[in-house]
Structure formats: C-alpha cells, structure tokens
Design a protein around this ligand. Sequence first.
Ligand SMILES: N=C(N)NCCCCNCCCN
Ligand SMILES: [Mn+2]
Ligand SMILES: [Mn+2]
Length: 291
Amino acid sequence: MRLFFGERDTPYEEARVVVLPVPYDLSLSFLPGARRGPEAILLASRELEPFLLELGVAPEEVGIHAAEPVPWVAGSAEESHALIREAALTHLRAGKFLVALGGDHSITHPLVQAHREALGAFSLLHIDAHADLYPEWQGSVYSHASPFYRLLGEGFPLVQVGIRAMDQDSLTLARAKGVALFPAHRLHREGLPLREILEASGERVYISLDFDALDPSVMPSVGTPLPGGLSYRQVVDLLEAVFREKEVVGMDFVELSPNGQFHAEMTAAQLVYHAIGLKGLQAGWLEARGL
Ligand SMILES: N=C(N)NCCCCNCCCN
Ligand SMILES: [Mn+2]
Ligand SMILES: [Mn+2]
C-alpha cells in the first residue's frame, strides 16, 4: 500500500516539500522499533485536520509528496548511510524542501552531509533528550548516540535544546567546541530562552528533532525515554520562533518507535505537519488568512 502524508499526495513535480521515510534503525542501543516510525507517522497524518487553526493555513497547500522509503543494507551502516545521502541529494537537487522521518538518529549524519553538499553552509539545531556526542557506542561510530560527534568533527555549528542525558566527556567536548547547550532542567526552571537560542543559531538552520526530547507523558513511543522532557507547546513555540527568524534548510524527525499508543503517533504527525506549515509561511508559499 502506497503511503503518503495527509489526505492527498501531490505529484512530485508540483510538490515543494518531500517527506522522505528513512526506516533505518540498526544503530539503536535500547528499545527496537524505530524502523516503523515513518509508516506510523504517515498513517496517523491521514487523521489530521488539513487546516491548522493555530497558523491559519492548510500546510498541505504547499504541495507535499511522500517519497519511497530509503532502503538499507543490513550488514553495513556505511552503505546504508550512503543510500540515505544519495536519496536526500536527489530531492534537494530537484529543489525540494526535505522533511526526513526516521528511523534512528544516526540518519541525521548522512542527511546533513547531503544538505551541506546541495545547499552550502548552515548551523544545526538539535532538539533531543540525549546529546548524541559519543565518539562511538556499543562498538559503532555509526551509533544513534554519535551523529552529533561526527557532525561537530565536520565543522557544523551546533545548538542543543532539551538535553537531559550526556556523559562528562560529551560535556567537556561540547564546551571545547562551543556548542550552545540549553539543557531541559534550565528550560523548566527559567522558561524557553528563545532569544538566546536564536542568537546562538546561524541565519540558515537545519533542525533535527528526536521525539524523545518530548516528555514521555506526551511522547511514550520512543526507544530511550527519559523523564523531565519538553512539553508539546515548548517544542512548537521553539519551532515557530526559529522559522520566524531563520531560514530553515531542512528537517528530520527521528526515533519514533510505535508501541500501540496512538496518541503518540498523532503527536508526531501533528508536529511534522505544523513544521511544514511554518516552512510554508517562512518561504512565502502560504499566507495566513487570519482566524
Ligand atoms: N538515545 C540515545 N542517544 N541513547 C544514548 C545511549 C548511550 C548512553 N546510554 C547511557 C549509558 C548506559 N549505562
Ligand atoms: Mn537522538
Ligand atoms: Mn534522544
């Protein structure tokens, strides 16, 4: 069965946004299942109201096309990442705005590399419970705990929001590399430091959202849940501020691991749809009609 985002699929040539399912999850360290994340989001997206009251637009009007899922090579993370990079490059070179759906967080490394090759320089906004700054984890440099270690080493400026799990070596590395770190406990104590987050980000930003950034009470369907997470409103308010002031060059949403709690899949789909609406407004593809 061909899956697409929302109630209708826009033909590729007419679509401004391509949703790219990337069901690769061989780099997970704890609970399995993220490979079923893309399908779950696409199925849930069909239940969303096309008109987004909060934005006063129907994001589907930008033209959303769901691409075929990216295959993987079971015995090779390198080859799997190469397939992800090539698939992303194909759509970027066709002028599409890419919204990738994971899959585990290791997919962000090849996705960001593809965006850099196709679009030039940008900074990273990483929203997550975990810093994902390990040099390797469980014997693999391609672990879902390592993508931002790799990307820091390739020179990408990094802003991290919602972090509530990192080892001391990662904290030392983050400080040494000038990572702008906004841990979850600070957000809960002081509120969302939007101005600081925006000032720490470049003018062009790639957003990588790990669904476990959200609190498990809101998002229980992830592979490594942790308490003290962000609320849905905090994530939406953060995205709205970033889209309002920055050029967002691409996005990925990773680590949804469906476990029968459909409200989590609806939450994931709604967040993706909201972000597409924000991109449509930022890019001038949509005009809010007011409420
Ligand atoms: N979702 C993630 N990025 N998970 C990170 C796993 C690596 C650290 N586990 C904690 C140490 C266990 N003793
Ligand atoms: Mn992560
Ligand atoms: Mn995480």
